[in-house]
Structure formats: structure tokens, C-alpha cells
Design a protein around this ligand. Structure first.
Ligand code: COA
Length: 141
């Protein structure tokens, strides 16, 4: 498994994974409009197994997306992507990372907790399709 910065020719696979994994997928247009964001991909062979999208502004990093294709899950790829995203944010001068996660998303919450994120707040009814609360999590990096 290799982690590297996303390139132009990774976008089609990222768009496909967005559609497969999220009820509110980012469009190809918004994935291309990555000003200020960093996308890292995990590759296995020639294909994209997963990706992470972060943004770092004024010492604070935000995690927008992390996704591993369903057949590649539970093999450590999500953790590797998260650690790589944290490392890149640290190198970019961030001291903290924030994220929002659906309260019902047990796999993602377990991943974040095991990586040292702690709960910092709750946004009631923040998500739609299906309706869910957002748990705000943060980690000092
Ligand atoms: C969340 C996600 C990225 C995890 O990717 P992954 O490659 O399966 O994760 P890893 O194999 O690295 O697992 C790391 C840890 O996360 C937790 N975890 C991951 N999947 C889990 C599951 N299904 N149930 C419980 N814990 C889980 C565990 O603590 C795991 O450590 P362990 O394997 O030692 O028990 C993946 O499930 C995914 O893409 N989900 C859909 C997209 C999504 O919801 N993204 C988050 C919101 S942006």
C-alpha cells in the first residue's frame, strides 16, 4: 500500500468511491476545485483503494473526507490514510485537527477514537438523507 498526493488521473476513481460510499457525494467539479485542500490516496497496484481530504488554515486542520473502498476495508488502510493526513497537517503547521462524523457511523467513530480523537460537541440533526446528528471530534497534533 502506497500513500501519495492525488493526481489528475485519480479523480475518476475518487468520484466513483464518493458515489459508492456517501449519500451526499462530492461532485467531480468540487473534487477538482481543491484550492486549499490536500487529497492523499492509498494505492494498491494501479488502483485507488482509498483517500483522505483535509484542509489546513491558520494552524487548524479539518478532515473533510476519508474513505476506503468496501472490499479493501479492515486491513489498516483507513488508519494509514488518517495517520498520513495528520502528518501532512502537522508538516503544514497545524496544531489541531477537527472533524464532523455522523453519530450512526460506528466504523468511522471507532477509527477516529482509536487514533486519539476526542468528542468536542454535537450538532443535532446536522445531516440529512438519513437525518443524523454530527459529532464534532478533535485531536491535538
Ligand atoms: C471509516 C473507514 C474509512 C475505515 O477504513 P478501514 O480501512 O476499514 O479502517 P482500518 O482497517 O484502518 O481500521 C482502523 C480502526 O478503525 C476501527 N474500525 C474500522 N472499521 C470498523 C468497523 N466496521 N467496526 C468497528 N470498528 C471499525 C477499528 O478500531 C479499526 O482498528 P482494528 O482493525 O485494529 O480494530 C471505512 O469504513 C469507510 O470508508 N467508510 C465509509 C466512508 C465513511 O464513512 N467515512 C467517514 C466519514 S467522512
Amino acid at each position: 500500500m502506497e500513500i501519495r498526493k492525488a493526481q489528475e488521473n485519480d479523480i475518476a476513481e475518487i468520484v466513483a468511491l464518493e458515489r459508492e460510499c456517501f449519500s451526499d457525494p462530492w461532485s467531480e467539479e468540487s473534487l477538482r476545485d481543491t484550492a486549499g485542500t490536500l487529497t492523499l490516496v492509498a494505492t494498491e497496484g494501479s488502483g485507488v483503494a482509498g483517500y483522505i481530504i483535509t484542509r489546513c488554515v491558520a494552524g487548524e486542520a479539518e478532515l473533510f473526507r476519508i474513505c476506503v473502498k468496501s472490499e479493501a476495508r479492515r486491513k489498516g488502510t483507513g488508519r494509514l490514510l488518517l495517520e498520513s493526513g495528520l502528518e501532512a497537517a502537522r508538516a503544514d503547521g497545524a496544531e489541531k485537527m477537527f472533524l464532523e462524523v455522523r453519530s450512526q457511523n460506528a466504523p468511522a467513530r471507532a477509527l477516529y477514537t482509536s487514533a486519539g480523537f476526542t468528542e468536542a460537541g454535537l450538532r443535532k440533526g446536522y445531516y440529512s438523507d438519513p437525518v443524523d446528528d454530527a459529532v464534532i471530534m478533535t485531536k491535538d497534533i
